[in-house]
Design a protein around this ligand. Structure first.
Ligand code: ADP
Length: 332
């Protein structure tokens, strides 16, 4: 059995407080919802857990508050086998919370609106991560998102770049990213809206079909900035990938009942990064990651919805994806 990849995630923890409603309220309006749940989340922790559930050895670096949510957020990662020995507890800032409104219409469609209060995620200081200078070369891939201070991401990217460790930046939520940071990335993975914010290229779509020229245009702009590989997730249209040699668009898995889109992008990015670090080629990694994302949208919550390797294999078997199944099994 090959060694499983060592993945470092420097990122966020967020406790999601989720209300379900048949209709979002208008400004100034109150509506009665029909369900309330809490779930551990945060783009960093979600991606870490997805990678761990697929078998990667994962180390998480981040910050929580000295409160019940912070303890639950760390526990959720350690229960998934993630090394949290470098997760810090801030004395002043509260753990980050996500106010998630989930609208479930009668026709079965769901939509979410999320307000994240960053709390301790934004309290990470440069000295908190200085230890990585000596440790970063031990990792096969570093995963970053944009829910912690930009200067921390910049510092981690610099350290990884100097040691030739590939960095995947999930550029979410949208923010301005310096050209210097972009030029040092092995991978960037915005969704279609974040890609539009980054490049100015709006990806037009007709239902589940996206305009391929728009996708190529957005990818080209990011490659011109020096990013080596660009992955754009396209929701129910699947995902697109491009670098100087390859371009492909892999459609989403069909006949999926999407009950909650929360963490779809996180599960996709965590899965793709793990699969590529296992030695699976880009195209197959995207197609398998589409199955991982599909399972995530078919279940409620952030971390509870992230599938295990066995569940992903079961879906690949059920859909007759034998080539993908064999590629994945050969890599393990
Ligand atoms: P984000 O959560 O970052 O907005 P996306 O909405 O693009 O991310 O979804 C990420 C991935 O999840 C997609 O690339 C696709 O693989 C999968 N996915 C999302 N929605 C669906 C759906 N309705 N059916 C099947 N797969 C989906």
């Amino acid at each position: 059995m090959a060694d499983m990849p060592e993945i470092l995630v420097v990122g966020s923890f967020v406790k999601d407080l989720i209300v379900s409603t048949a209709r979002f309220p208008e400004a100034g309006e109150t509506v009665l919802g029909f369900d309330f749940q809490t779930a551990s989340g945060g783009k960093g922790a979600n991606q870490a857990i997805q990678a761990a559930r697929l078998g990667a050895h994962v180390t998480m670096v981040g910050k929580v508050g000295d409160d019940i949510y912070g303890r639950e957020l760390i526990a959720s990662c350690t229960e998934n086998g993630i090394d949290c020995s470098h997760v810090m507890v801030d004395e002043k800032a509260p753990s980050s919370i996500g106010n998630v409104q989930l609208q479930m219409s009668q026709d079965g469609r769901s939509q979410n609106r999320i307000i994240v209060v960053p709390g301790a995620n934004m309290a990470i200081r440069e000295e908190d991560i200085a230890f990585l200078e000596a440790e970063i070369e031990g990792y096969d891939m570093v995963l970053l998102q944009l829910e912690i201070p930009m200067r921390i991401n910049e510092r981690v990217v610099d350290m990884a770049y100097r040691k030739n460790v590939p960095v995947m930046l999930n550029s979410a939520p949208s923010d301005r990213i310096s050209d210097s940071l972009l030029s040092k990335l092995a991978y960037i993975s915005p969704n279609e809206y974040e890609a539009a914010d980054l490049t100015g290229v709006t990806i037009r779509r007709d239902g589940r079909k996206v305009n391929e020229e728009d996708v190529k245009g957005a990818i080209r702009k990011l490659l011109e900035k020096g990013v080596k590989n660009v992955l754009i997730t396209l929701g129910a249209a699947g995902a697109a990938f491009g670098n100087r040699k390859e371009f492909f668009l892999c459609p989403a898995v069909e006949r999926i009942i999407a009950v909650d889109p929360t963490a779809a992008g996180d599960s996709f990015v965590g899965a793709f990064s793990t699969l590529v670090s296992m030695g699976i080629g880009h195209e197959r990694a995207v197609c398998i990651a589409n199955h991982v994302g599909a399972l995530t949208v078919s279940r409620m919550g952030a971390q509870p919805s992230l599938p295990t390797l066995e569940q992903v294999r079961a879906l690949l078997r059920e859909r007759g994806e034998n080539t993908l199944l064999e590629a994945e099994k050969a890599a393990v």
